[in-house]
Design a protein around this ligand. Sequence first.
Ligand SMILES: O[C@H]1[C@H](O)[C@@H](O)[C@H](O)[C@@H](O)[C@H]1O
Length: 585
Amino acid sequence: MGEKRRRQFQRDETPGFVYVVSVFSALGGFLFGYDTGVVSGALLLLKRELNLDALWQELLVSGTVGAAALSALAGGVLNGLCGRRPCILLASGLFTAGAGVLAAARDKETLLGGRVVVGLGIGVASMTVPVYIAEVAPPHLRGRLVTINTLFITGGQFFASVVDGLFSYLVKDGWRYMLGLSAVPAVIQFFGFLFLPESPRWLIQKGQTQRARRILSQMRGNQAIDEEYDSIKNNIEEEEKEVGAAGPVICRMLTYPPTRRALIVGCGLQMFQQLSGINTVMYYSATILQMSGVEDDRLAIWLAALTAFINFIFTLVGVWLVERMGRRKLTLGSLAGTAVALIILASGFLLSAQVSPRVTLNPPDPSHQNSTCTKYSYCNGCMLDPDCGLCYKLNKSSVVESSCIPVDKHSTMKAAWGRCSNETIFKKEDLFWAYNFCPTPYSWTALLGLILYLVFFAPGMGPMPWTVNSEIYPLWARSTGNACSSGVNWVFNVLVSLTFLHTAEYLTYYGAFFLYAGFAGLGLLFIYGCLPETKGKKLEEIESLFESRLCTCGMSDSDEGRYIEYIRVKGSNYHLSDNDASDVE
Ligand SMILES: O[C@H]1[C@H](O)[C@@H](O)[C@H](O)[C@@H](O)[C@H]1O
């Protein structure tokens, strides 16, 4: 059958129900993105209203991510025991409860409680949703549908940044709306899932075969499901014979070579996703943009929304590419581009540091509190010290009359004392206040690096770790495998974002971005050597890809030719049943 006709056939035969189910579950991804993204804008208002110090701000951000790491791990056990549907219901329940607590909070302790509850929801959702979608999707659409989940994550981040922008004008209580709004999609998901089915693969594993058959045929429309059903069932029986059913799943996974290899690949992908610095780039987009000459805080918030938008739009490109290029090529291309973008970004910071303006004035401190700011003779040192900022004038784009002054404790928009301590006055006198950045003629290099970073990262390294993890483990190991790899993702997320400021202080900004470029380079070698192509394969076939020694997958590109040849010799029947369950004629 011609390629075109087969595609048409598959399209006709995939019932809308699969899309409905996928979109409802991907709301979990939306909430993951929204709740991790919204906090930066909420903090701007919260820190003024509740007088939050740096430690509390850090707690409110990383409390969520830390809780997500723990609950992703626990989610593995829950998924195995109770199924995917109860876990998604639990996650949406947690999102709703957390949003309620946050919107009504009166003190910082309650806020922290709410953020932890939301984090518990994010962790469970982040590991369950990709697994669930992969298990209900037909093979030819699986990559695309799971990638839609990441599209919803970045969509959630974008939506959050717009909400942050809008409510930043509502100085009093704006944060309540920002944090509470996520209850809306959470409630929709909860009620939606009361009517949506359990994963048929999980049901077959638990022996509920009648229900599984019914749901599978609902998902496949008028296609015959016998072949798919039998292959899932045989696979489970074979696995039990081969691996046994005794002992904790993680021990069985580690002692059985194919699952051990899959686990290394899955966790490695998630680790390199975070080590290539996505969340520092997202978090630091405002600073990078400020370096490019954006001085207004509010404009910086809106431009950060633009950054989130680029991330979102290019994830869409990933959804389009995943079934065309395949996972392996897409991930490799994306990471290579990301590494180059990181080098450009780092070079932008390096060039800026090299032409860093000199500090020319050292006015005496009226409060006589010997601050560290006076010891810097260049803007670069002053910028890296979180307590100081640069107050300066411009003479035809060159910096003059500059001094390094302590920042105001309540607002980073002005200095604690001196010429730049009163916003309305210093703006009239043509003075500028630079906190966290230095005025530089090379800002365009950093800006170019930032845009290229997102353009390359978003279609591949953003979604592929989640997509690949949802498909590389056999059924008995799927929830545990995804729990471990999602846990790794969250742990490295905390590590990288928490250490970023210190890394920047010790290594400077360009050092930090060169470091991430180095990690991206290592990731490239790892993926080149170890990631096999899973495009179009049935979940039950994928296990065999990990049968040979790890890091021989680079050779599977050349195997592809052999595989196709083999199919052709065997004739069309074999072709149809091998790769493509729907293709019966
Ligand atoms: O795949 C997602 C996505 O790329 C997000 O933008 C990022 O914030 C997450 O950490 C990541 O897991």
